[in-house]
Design a protein around this ligand. Structure first.
Ligand code: PLP
Length: 388
């Protein structure tokens, strides 16, 4: 057999030849509109810190006070002795925020999705997922052992056609609320109707809608006016608009109790640091109270779209802070990202398998931390890069 390192090196070379090699940039500053890397300042249009809370003084203070009170580590899993008053209070506040009976904290969104789907489904059940769902939802569906199928992106008719084959066992329909690489919304009222008609349950992962959509930041379900009855399983993440870290599942008492008993990514892992729960409680106050952050963000999105359309860029149909510019080729996207970096603007190129082949893009994300002049500088840089 070929030695390990030789075989891996050949694989890496093949990846590089396809323009698919991924590299990390080393950040030298906290998140914000302006960040430093390699000793240089960049305007940052790649983070998911949509409301500018990742380095907010109240959140930072709450984290520090939390560490003074609780120390650093959670010490054990929630069911052993790692579940503190800080975690418990955050769960109650999150449940109230999204208007559901209960919420349960998970260490990450990835783990929440794996845990929920594998706890609810097994062999003999079916899971139907939007083709553009986040990798963690796809992995959860596959790991569950249920019959796994994907329907065409945001297409209720395609879902309807796929659901006809699943009468035996449970059926779970799973969708992102806001699609992470496209920025568009799932057609949730249609999904609710179809799930009901087919006797299926609906699960929505609102990682990118929570805090951003809805008058008080309640997310995509608030945007569409959907209740716990309509969407019994809601997943939210805390590392995006909340600016901290972690995730939660919200829903009825029986769902949450089932997850406490059976979700393996809940049971077999250490609880989040309690100080992080305190920081997230402070972030939730800002998410709820600072309506101006959402208003500012939506105004910046409108400014960007108007400018991009005037430049003739292929912006995608998105009303959220995720504003991808479709490029197509992997190498072209990488080169455009590098040219933007030369101009002091940081936008990541997103390539397959994160997005379908031939749809590499510049994934621009806006934040309430940006100012109008930052958006204007982004547009000027895009104009220069696209002209060259
Ligand atoms: C980011 C993201 C996740 C993963 O959340 P983490 O807390 O970062 O693990 C899950 N689902 C979607 C749609 C996401 O965008």
């Amino acid at each position: 057999m070929t030695p390990l390192h030789e075989q891996l090196a050949a694989g890496l070379l093949a990846r590089a030849e396809q323009g698919l090699y991924r590299r990390r940039e080393v950040l030298e500053s906290p998140q914000g509109a302006l960040v430093r890397r390699g000793g240089r300042e960049f305007l940052n249009f790649c983070s998911n810190d949509y409301l500018g809370l990742a380095n907010h003084p109240d959140v930072v203070q709450a984290f520090k006070r939390g560490v003074d009170h609780w120390g650093v580590g959670g010490g054990a899993s929630h069911l052993v002795c790692g579940h503190t008053r800080a975690h418990h209070a955050l769960e109650e506040e999150l449940a109230a925020f999204v208007g559901r009976e209960r919420a349960l904290l998970f260490s990450t969104g990835y783990m929440a999705n794996l845990g929920v789907i594998t706890a609810l489904l097994g062999r003999g059940d079916s899971v139907l997922e939007d083709r553009f769902n986040h990798a963690s939802l796809v992995d959860g569906g596959r790991l569950s052992g249920a019959r796994f199928s994907r329907y065409a992106h945001a297409d209720p008719e395609a879902l309807s056609a796929k659901s006809s084959g699943c009468d035996a066992g449970r059926t779970l329909v799973v969708s992102d609320g806001v699609f992470s690489m496209d920025g568009d919304l799932a057609p949730l009222p249609d999904l609710v109707r179809l799930a009901r008609a087919g006797g299926a349950w609906l699960m929505v992962d609102d990682a990118h809608g929570l805090g951003v959509l809805g008058a008080s930041g309640g997310g995509v379900l608030a945007h569409f006016g959907l209740s716990q009855d309509d969407v019994p399983v809601l997943v939210g993440t805390l590392g995006k608009a909340f600016g901290t870290f972690g995730a939660f599942v919200a829903g009825g008492d029986a769902l949450i109790e089932t997850l406490i008993q059976q979700a393996r990514t809940y049971l077999y892992t250490t609880s989040l640091p309690p100080a992080l729960a305190e920081a997230t409680r402070a972030a939730l106050q800002r998410v709820r109270g600072d309506g101006w952050r959402r208003e500012k963000l939506h105004a910046l999105v409108a400014r960007f779209r108007a400018g991009a359309e005037a430049l003739g860029l292929s912006v995608m149909p998105s009303a959220t802070p995720i504003q991808p510019v479709l490029v197509g080729g992997n190498e072209t996207a990488v080169q455009m990202s590098a040219k933007l970096a030369e101009l002091g603007v940081w936008v990541t190129a997103i390539r397959p398998p994160t997005v379908p082949a031939g749809t590499a893009r510049l994934r621009i994300t806006l934040s309430a931390a940006h100012e109008e002049q930052h958006v204007d500088r982004l547009l000027e840089a895009l104009a220069e890069v696209c002209a060259s």
